[in-house]
Design a protein around this ligand. Structure first.
Ligand code: UGA
Length: 444
């Protein structure tokens, strides 16, 4: 099938490459001409396992092209995926203007009735708005084509996006027309032939809500365990063992019960706020999600509160921050909790010594006065304390003895539980590990 993807950011590029892998002919469009040039050379502008290989294979097979000419991209398409950004506005609602212009663009240039598929995460009832935008623009152009609108949310995680797309837990398609459903079934037939998974066919509004409900639920699971972590720190218990034990119950499950420094990234923080907002607009106060969001803010403030407790004044202290990316396996720093931690440290007058194996380049401009360290040991050497914000495997390999040697003050705030608290204390370090009671070396 002829597929066009409008917006080749993280979701769009993965969608385009995976659709080509399924045997469709795909054209990816983006307003960012530089990005298109880069993609044409076979380079992928962000870290995502397996994506560069997939893009290269698609381009080589002649099934994947990139263009900065939107008319060319949508002219002949049978399915147009809208994968543009929905940045959050100050009131928490997503800015939908890129989605509207993408829809208008399709209506301006399409030369056949297309199925327009929402991939961007959007509030419920956006489908109707897209349909309206398509209709108005088609009328402005002199009428004629009637396009179908479907909602086809993605559930891919950064870092495992390709695998999540090609071997999904489920495919969700919301359509209000038979044609919409038929075209999407045909689109996914090659995937379902390779990989058996539930195919949820529903209406557009329900599909839109499935996405918000899924992300909001996962975010709530994380906030729940972060709240339990606070209680563990106060009561003298271990949240990680609690999560393991809870996880053995199949009704609960262990996934997304890792207490940490709060959820970040381009999805959960924005989607939780957007869901609260759309619920409000519809007349429902989603108080539980407001609490999810509040607990998340508290989790992001936890490391600096611990540093204050353990070091006292942070002004003029050197603090090593290990891990900037919002999670391991990606160089994405959008809404990364580490940024909140660094901002708070700088506001208190500390000097930050930053390390991340892949994300440092994304924060060089934001933190001109930070010390950027290519190796974790360089960040630790001479620091008064260390705080871990991303659980990269390489940090687990640093021994407590090595930490004690490198740090000026023996203070560790481990907001991702990469180290064993007892072993740290035994090596003479004062320790705050998330979800465990604070420990000090014997005799202090
Ligand atoms: C998330 C969802 O997991 C995907 O299913 C969804 O498709 C995607 O958003 C999206 O809407 O596009 P992603 O943002 O890539 O994917 O990252 P996650 O792996 O979900 O992690 C989100 C944040 O939660 C990270 O900061 C991570 O460190 C944190 N987290 C996750 C925890 O603090 N504890 C956990 O147990 C799990």
């Amino acid at each position: 099938m002829l597929v066009s993807v409008i917006g080749v950011g993280h979701v769009g590029l993965v969608t385009a490459a995976c659709m080509a892998d399924l045997g469709h002919d795909v054209v990816g469009f983006d307003v960012d001409g530089q990005k298109i040039e880069l993609l044409r050379t076979g380079a992928v502008p962000f870290v995502e396992a397996g994506l560069a290989e997939l893009v290269e294979a698609g381009v080589r097979a002649g099934r994947l092209e990139f263009t900065a000419d939107v008319a060319e991209a949508v002219r002949a398409a049978e399915v147009v995926f809208i994968c543009v950004g929905t940045p959050r506005r100050p009131d928490g609602a997503p800015n939908m203007s890129f989605v509207q212009s993408a829809a208008a663009t399709v209506a301006s240039h399409a030369q056949r009735p297309a199925v327009v598929a929402e991939k961007s995460t959007v509030p419920v009832q956006t489908g109707e708005r897209i349909r309206q935008a398509l209709r108005l623009q088609s009328q402005a152009r002199g009428g004629g084509l009637v396009h179908d609108v479907v909602s086809n949310p993605e559930f891919l995680r950064e870092g495992t996006a390709v695998a999540d797309t090609l071997r999904p837990d489920r495919i969700v398609v919301g359509a209000d027309s038979e044609r919409g459903h038929a075209v999407m079934r045909a689109l996914y037939a090659p995937l379902l032939a390779r990989h058996d998974c539930p195919y949820v066919a529903t209406d557009v509004r329900t599909a839109e809500l499935i996405k918000h409900a899924s992300n909001a639920f996962l975010a709530t699971k994380i906030s729940f365990i972060n709240a339990v972590a606070r209680i563990c720190e106060l009561a003298g218990a271990n949240v990680h063992t609690i999560a393991d034990a809870m996880g053995y119950d199949a009704r609960i499950g262990r996934a997304f019960l890792n207490a940490g420094v709060g959820y970040g990234g381009s999805c959960f923080p924005k989607d939780v706020e957007a869901f609260i907002h759309i619920a409000q607009e519809l007349g429902y106060d989603f108080g539980m999600l407001r609490e999810t969001d509040r607990i998340n803010r508290e989790a992001k403030a936890w490391p600096v509160a611990q540093l204050r407790r353990l070091v006292w004044n942070l002004a003029d202290k050197q603090i090593a921050v290990l891990g900037i990316a919002f999670k391991p396996g990606t160089d994405d720093v959008r809404d990364a909790p580490a940024l909140d931690v660094i901002d708070a440290l700088l506001a208190e007058g500390a000097t930050v010594r930053l390390h991340d194996p892949v994300a440092l380049d994304h924060v060089r401009e934001r933190y001109p006065d930070a010390v950027f360290c290519d190796k974790a040991e360089d960040a630790l050497r001479g620091a008064h304390a260390v705080v871990v914000c991303t659980e990269w495997d390489e940090y687990r390999a640093i021994t407590p003895q090595r930490l004690a040697e490198l740090l000026t003050y023996p203070v560790v705030v481990d907001a991702r539980a990469v180290w064993d608290a007892r072993a740290l204390a035994d090596a003479g370090l004062s320790v705050a590990v998330v979800g465990q009671p604070p420990l000090s070396p014997a005799g202090t």
